[in-house]
Ligand binder design. Sequence first.
Ligand SMILES: [Ca+2]
Length: 313
Amino acid sequence: MTARKIIIDTDPGQDDAVAILLALASPAEIDVLGITAVAGNVPLQLTQKNARIVCELAGKTSFPVYAGCDAPLSRKLVTAEHVHGKTGLDGPVLPDPKIPLAEGHAVEFIIDTLRNHESGTITLCPLGPLTNIATAFQKAPDIVEKVQEIVLMGGAYFEVGNITPAAEFNIYVDPEAADIVFKSGVPIVVMPLDVTHKALVTKPRNDAFRALGTKVGVAVAEMTDFFERFDKEKYGSAGAPLHDPCVTAYLIRPELFTGRHINVEIETRSELTLGMTVADWWRVTDRAPNAMFMGDLDADGFFDLLTERLARL
Ligand SMILES: [Ca+2]
């Protein structure tokens, strides 16, 4: 098996950080060609810096980190400091990054990388709003058919919404971008809240991260400690949901996840339900399937994988 070539498009975020660490800990399965930052959980100035902080924490700095779009396609940026803290990576105390930001724009990197590789060999892994990906598709329509697959965190069906009663944060922040991506024809795998709310860092699971005794293990435990206070208060859940690591875990062990290949469309007009992922889970329309929409995961298997891989960093 050769490692799958991916670009991680991200707005770190503690859960983004864990998703990136999992990818960087798994070079046999995942070849990270670059990381592209987007505005989302916190503004771009912080997400691009946080992405570099995480790479240095992992001790993996052989690929470029680019800054991308600092605002959604046609809306004002909505951020989530109420969840992630002021820096986006609140929790552990981590040093400022020494590696520089790569020169150039994330969108150009995405376009060039797809053009410079054989068709069907690059997977895009968006962990934030879909602004960078949609902008790349708009600027360079020729790259769309070259994408092997998009594996993304976003949306919800049974869990409905976390930023509004109807919408999940990543899709809500830039619904027009999500609409472009979901209509692109690229094979899409979606990790919605329905799955990620089952990836809960319970106390024993967090203790397992801390017990690794490594810089990475302790930092991840401190990140989830911070992150979980929000979800405990809001949902009364047993711990923080690790949304974004579901994406990189899927690349390593897809059998941990089950879902349905269905039609998913994005609400872009209604004020009330803006950014809703209208997922035809029950197949009540004849609209063509465009996404593998996940519904369940083996949570114990997921955390076993995560802990085992984080131990390698
Ligand atoms: Ca994210």
